[in-house]
Design a protein around this ligand. Structure first.
Ligand SMILES: Cc1cc2nc3c(=O)[nH]c(=O)nc-3n(C[C@H](O)[C@H](O)[C@H](O)COP(=O)(O)OP(=O)(O)OC[C@H]3O[C@@H](n4cnc5c(N)ncnc54)[C@H](O)[C@@H]3O)c2cc1C
Length: 338
């Protein structure tokens, strides 16, 4: 164990190697799903918040807060933290989402040499626990915590959460605590009173529910999609899905450190974000290729720009200027829009 991970804290009594555990890029995967859907004919309507569902004559009329109305034979509820609210729009009950907040600390890339594996403690019935792991972007991550809270908007970090993380980190990889912190984040898992996902269907409503997808939702996404298709067919969907080789394939720009990035090819424009080595062409593509980024955060998740050690202090003005030019929206829209 200490040969594999020499910086592990003293006193560990044993470990189990899990060769099939991987880290993935959590931003590019859902982006690739969206790009593939759009490339194959899906109409993408971002920022449409569903507020009402009316079913009659085998058609559901979907109303949104933005005053749009859509008509659908089948509806899939994949509304994450709000999956219980959407479920209730059909008058259905059975689960309530209570957010499980996960806070984490991302350490500087100089910490990367401290470990080679994802190091997990022994899990509890509540959570797999706070782990130390490399990220695909070349940092080291400590987290996440698991705190059940009531506010579905409480994505801020807390003193108590950070202190708890540092105490756990000290027990796993003490040298990590001497490294620089790049950023702290918090996310909310869509936990419910049940231990499993809330997957159901109702043929009379033409409705499939993929609710309460808490931890592991990213890993399970492809399997959930297959399950959703089966349930949609039980709800009367007659269209035959195209075979994979009939679909238009897409590519997303590699963001991870394991493969070549655009700046290494030298043909992708000048580097704009020097911490993360994001090029100008990548920023322009993020703002123009569907689904195009409309906020700085959207650019960050498509390119890594602004997520490095200086957190955009150096490059945000240039990123905004490129985004304004590429999108045709005024620079002030980008500057004030995280
Ligand atoms: C700290 C943390 C660590 C995690 N670690 C892992 C991990 O190691 N491995 C793993 O596989 N997973 C992990 N996850 C879990 C994973 O991120 C989630 O399971 C996954 O994102 C859930 O996907 P989803 O599509 O169900 O919900 P979301 O990704 O939340 O998507 C729901 C979407 O529905 C939209 N929406 C909500 N209400 C409405 C409405 N009324 N109308 C229209 N749209 C609406 C939202 O805007 C959102 O875009 C982690 C999560 C957290 C927070």
């Amino acid at each position: 164990m200490y040969e594999l991970e020499p910086h592990l804290a003293a006193g560990a009594r044993g470990a189990m190697v899990v060769p099939d555990e991987f880290i993935i890029d959590p931003w590019s995967t859902p982006l690739a799903f969206a790009k593939e859907a759009i490339a194959n004919g899906v109409t993408w309507l971002p920022n449409h918040s569903v507020t009402k569902l009316d079913r009659s004559n085998d058609i559901t009329v979907i109303s949104t807060a933005e005053q749009h109305t859509l008509r659908a034979r089948c509806v899939v509820n994949a509304a994450g933290l709000h999956s219980d609210d959407v479920h209730a729009l059909f008058g259905l009950t059975g689960f309530t989402v209570r957010p499980r907040r996960g806070e984490l600390i991302v350490f500087d890339k100089l910490a990367r040499s401290l470990l080679s594996h994802t190091i997990l403690p022994v899990p509890t019935s509540h959570t797999k626990g706070v782990l130390v792991a490399p990220t695909v972007f070349g940092n080291v991550m400590l987290g996440p915590t698991a705190d059940d809270i009531d506010d579905k908007t409480a994505t801020g970090s807390t003193r108590a959460g950070i202190d708890a993380l540092l105490a756990k980190g000290q027990r796993i990889l003490p040298a990590l605590l001497h490294e620089e912190v790049t950023a702290v984040y918090a996310g909310l898992r869509a936990a419910t009173q049940h231990s499993d996902y809330q997957i159901s269907h109702d043929p009379t409503l033409g409705y499939v529910c993929l609710g309460g997808i808490r931890s592991t939702g990213l890993t399970a996404a492809m399997a959930l999609a297959e399950e959703a298709l089966t349930l949609l067919q039980r709800c009367g969907l007659v269209a035959t899905p195209k075979a994979p080789d009939e679909l238009r394939s897409i590519r997303v720009t590699n963001l991870g450190e394991a493969f070549e990035r655009p700046y290494q090819r030298g043909s992708s424009g000048a580097i704009v974000c020097h911490c993360e080595r994001t090029t100008s062409d990548e920023i322009v593509e993020a703002c123009t290729a569907a689904p195009a980024a409309t906020t700085l955060d959207g650019i960050r998740r498509r390119t890594r720009a602004l997520s490095g050690r200086c957190q955009g202090f150096y490059c945000s003005a240039e990123v905004c200027a490129l985004a304004a030019n590429a999108s045709g929206k005024p620079m002030s829209d980008w500057l004030g829009n995280q």
